[in-house]
Design a protein around this ligand. Sequence first.
Ligand SMILES: [Zn+2]
Length: 206
Amino acid sequence: MKKWIVLSVATFALSFVATLAIRLGPELMRPKQVDPAFRIPSPLDLASIPTATHFDFPLGNENGAMAYNAQHFTENKHLGDDLNGIGGENSDLGDPIYAIADGRVLLARDGGAGWGNIVILLHAYLENGERKYVQSYYGHVQDMLVHPGETVKRGQQIATVGTANGRYFAHLHFEMRDFITPFIGPGYRQDTRGWLDPTKFIEAHR
Ligand SMILES: [Zn+2]
C-alpha cells in the first residue's frame, strides 16, 4: 500500500515537471541576445530622434550635382541607387558622403564580402501631422566617420566613398527604407516592399 502511494506521487511529480518543461521550454530556451539587425529601437530612442525638416542628396552637393545614378532603384531588381562621381570609375574614391537629413546612426560596421562597410541612419519626419520614420543606407563605404547611437545633422559627413574592398569601381550604394530595424539586406530583390525609391523620396522632401 505504502509503495503504491509513493509510486503515484512520484508519477504525478514527474508528469507535472514534464508538463512544465513542455510549456515553459520554448520561453526558457529562447536566445537572450537578439541579433541587432532584428532589434527594434526602444520607443524612448525613437522619441529622441530629431525631427528632420528636409532631405538632401548624399553625394556631390545637396542637390545631387556632381554625381549621377548609374543603376536606379528597381533596375535589375536593385533595391537602391548606385551613385557615382561624374568623373567615373574610381575618381570618386574617398569623396565625402553626407547624412541626407538629421537623424540617428543605427549601424556602422563591416557588412561582409559583398558589402564592405555600411552605415545606416534612422530619420524621423512629419507627414500630414504624423511622425514617421525612414532609414537611409550607405553601402560599400571606405571610412565610417560615425558610431551607432550618435545623432547626426543633415549635411554632416558620415563616410567616404569606397569600393567594398576593391570589389567594384568606387560608388555609393544608397537605399531608403520605411522600416526601422538595422537590416543589412540583399541589395537586389524582386519584392521591394519596405524599400523606397531614394531619388523620388528625397525630391519629394527637399
Ligand atoms: Zn548598388
